[in-house]
Design a protein around this ligand. Sequence first.
Ligand SMILES: *Cc1c(COP(=O)(O)O)cnc(C)c1O
Length: 341
Amino acid sequence: MHLARFPRIRAAHLPTPLEPLPRLSKALRREIWIKRDDCTGLSTGGNKTRKLEFLMAEAEAMGADLVMTQGATQSNHARQTAAFAAKLGMRCHILLEDRTGYSDPNYTTNGNVLLDHLHGATTEVHPGGTDMAAAMERVAEAKRDEGLRVYTIPGGGSNPTGALGYVNCAMELVAQANDSGLAIDRIVHATGSSGTQAGLVTGLAAINAGIPVLGIGTRAPRDKQEQMVFDLAMRTAERLGCPGAVARDMVVANTDYVGEGYGLPTPEGLAAIRMFAELEGLLLDPVYSAKGAAGMVDLIRKGEIGRDERIVFLHTGGAAGLFGYDFAFSGGQSAAPAAAG
Ligand SMILES: *Cc1c(COP(=O)(O)O)cnc(C)c1O
């Protein structure tokens, strides 16, 4: 495996810091570290920037003048794609799916949506339940008919190319831990469209690190989530030149913390946001990292994450979304979600 063989545009601030969390560790009586992928640098950062380093290199290689992607209204992936496209002088068009039914104006226009538009991206909104991949292909075809060279990126940037960004993260994290003598017992993070976990698991397997990864689900039930991650991990391993490196039992997701559905905040998630903010001065987001943190906290409290375990929480970013979810902190719309999912 040799990542330098893959085209890549270096836009992320790497390596991201690996830091101890002393006050959280004390409160939970576990040694907890944090990998700051919320600090990747592009338009408030986040995990999608690592994936986009490889994806946007493909777009540039094909001479794309328009990049398209899709996601939920408050998609962090959409925002980072819009910023990356701006940086490369490419146009960007985004399809947003209304997966929550929220009508709060901050949800529909602030947070990530505001930033999409500031980066010059155009957006169009589709109702929840739309086949977004198919909708994007239709729009892309129409743009191609107009003579544009269009590069489409799947939701979350989760394909074998995007997952290379997290193969890279796996190697970076292990190198940092080696340098500082930190023996990691488990990596915990929020999992959604699966590229983060698939890349991490593949990278760790390829270097035979023996560090288990626990993905905390934010959307699908466990079987579906694990299968999605495993399928992508297998394809990523093939792409890397180490087919078969990932075994099915290396892919573990806990989906007990999704709550009522994707994009709908949970009480435990909101509590985790306050906990990280008040104990460590860190910002989580209600859609992903808060649910990931809530899962970690609960599994520690239940003893399922053992007393002697040294944990690294991979902070995948998302804080820009807080400004689209301010009502969730004042007992507003989130208490009675218009549902969907
Ligand atoms: C997209 C995202 C995730 C999930 O990563 P996937 O690669 O889609 O599984 C987690 N946290 C944040 C903040 C995200 O934006």
